[in-house]
Design a protein around this ligand. Structure first.
Ligand code: CXF
Ligand code: ZN
Length: 370
């Protein structure tokens, strides 16, 4: 069948809209009609060359839609099911899945190679084999994906809001409640309150943090964070450290979550300095692999008993946390509709990324036409 998709052919170039050929689903695969796709910064990391992947690649790794067809051996979903796509597949049987750590499922190691397990290349076109970002490629009307990437959701949930629980929401939410283990009464700093960080803010507040300080140079982001649960917001890391100490009788923040657009040594140092003894600093943001972003006086970590840890997908388990987050959405404890700043057609995907770069969006959303 044919599908229209947004494709990255060359680093540094805009995405190109192309009609491509899509194979039917093979063993363990499902055909999805994507209804929506979220504009996440990680796609931009691919466009800018920070994250390497197979080119040409259909970008997009946040998506939701309807299962149109299933291949042999598929048991997790059935035709007609509504699904959220998880950017991390979960095989269910590797060491990590079996120990409740699906976010680091071994299948995740291959998500930038473009192909499905096999290797299988269901997308082809004028440039030959096309990859799909995170084995999904949600900037396409249709996709053939592994059943391990599809999580069934209740059919009455709106698919636009549900799209966000495929990447941005669990990554931010889980960075606070899982990785940072925010406790009642904590003082929490969230550095960078875009589409990821704002969910760390929501989660920290829900988990009972006394103070949640949003740190972002952009006023519109700080305002959004305050609407979604931040008790305070400041423009710089230095101000955040000072405020945290004022609020805690000099102790400093308990937790810092780094969800900036791009991780740098400077922001890690700011978070390190703004947090107190026995604090936890969670590294969630991405950077290029060559960049040295952890440049710190380790002895301070020793003497102050500080923890610095990385987190992927907010340490969430997609198969249970995606439905769980949607339960919280139903009860109003997790805001999703409020995160969607602008809706775009697929043809306007580059405008969407210009807007993201200009700091205009909390989350931009592509609404697919079929
Ligand atoms: C990223 C993590 C690294 C691979 C691509 C997706 N996460 C979410 O945006
Ligand atoms: Zn993402």
């Amino acid at each position: 069948m044919k599908t229209v998709a947004a494709v990255l052919h060359e680093i540094g170039k805009p995405l190109e809209i192309e009609e491509l050929d899509l194979d039917g689903p093979a063993e363990g695969e499902v055909l999805i009609r994507y209804t929506h796709a979220g504009l996440c910064h990680s796609d931009l990391h691919v466009m800018q060359g920070d994250l390497e992947g197979w080119l040409p690649m259909v970008l997009g790794h946040e998506g939701a839609g309807v299962v149109e067809e299933i291949g042999p051996g598929v048991t997790r979903v059935a035709p007609g099911d509504h699904v959220v796509c998880s950017f991390i597949p979960s095989c269910g049987s590797c060491h990590w899945c079996a120990t409740g750590q699906q976010a680091i499922c071994d299948m995740g190691a291959a998500i930038m190679r473009g192909h499905l397990p096999g290797p299988r290349w269901p997308i082809t076109g004028p440039a030959g084999r096309y990859g799909a970002m995170c084995m999904l490629g949600t900037f396409s009307q249709y996709g053939v994906i592994s059943q391990n990437s599809a999580v069934r959701i209740e059919p009455d949930l709106p698919l636009d809001a549900a799209t966000l629980v495929g990447c941005g929401v669990p990554t931010g939410w889980g960075s606070a409640v899982n990785a940072a283990d925010v406790r009642p009464g904590d003082t929490v700093l969230v550095f960078g309150v875009g589409g990821i960080g704002v969910n760390a803010v929501q989660a920290a507040r829900f988990a009972g943090a006394k103070y949640v300080i949003a740190v972002d140079p952009l006023a519109n982001k700080r305002e959004a964070a305050e609407r979604l649960g931040a008790t305070h917001s400041v423009g710089t890391g230095a101000e955040a450290g000072q405020l945290a100490r004022e609020l805690t009788r000099g102790l400093g923040a308990d937790k810092a979550i780094l969800t900036v657009d791009k991780m740098t040594a400077e922001v890690v140092r700011e978070a390190f300095d703004a947090t107190g003894k026995a604090s936890t600093i969670v590294l969630t943001a991405m950077s290029g692999f060559a960049e040295q972003t952890l440049v710190l006086p380790g002895v301070v970590a020793t003497l102050y008993k500080k923890t610095i840890k990385g987190s992927l997908f907010g340490d969430c388990n997609p198969t249970t946390d995606i439905p769980r987050l949607l339960d919280l959405y139903r009860t109003g404890d997790l805001k999703l509709d409020e995160l969607i700043t602008t809706r775009y057609t697929l043809e306007d995907v580059n405008t969407g990324y210009d807007d993201l770069l200009a700091g205009k969006n909390v989350r931009g959303l592509i609404v697919h036409q079929h």
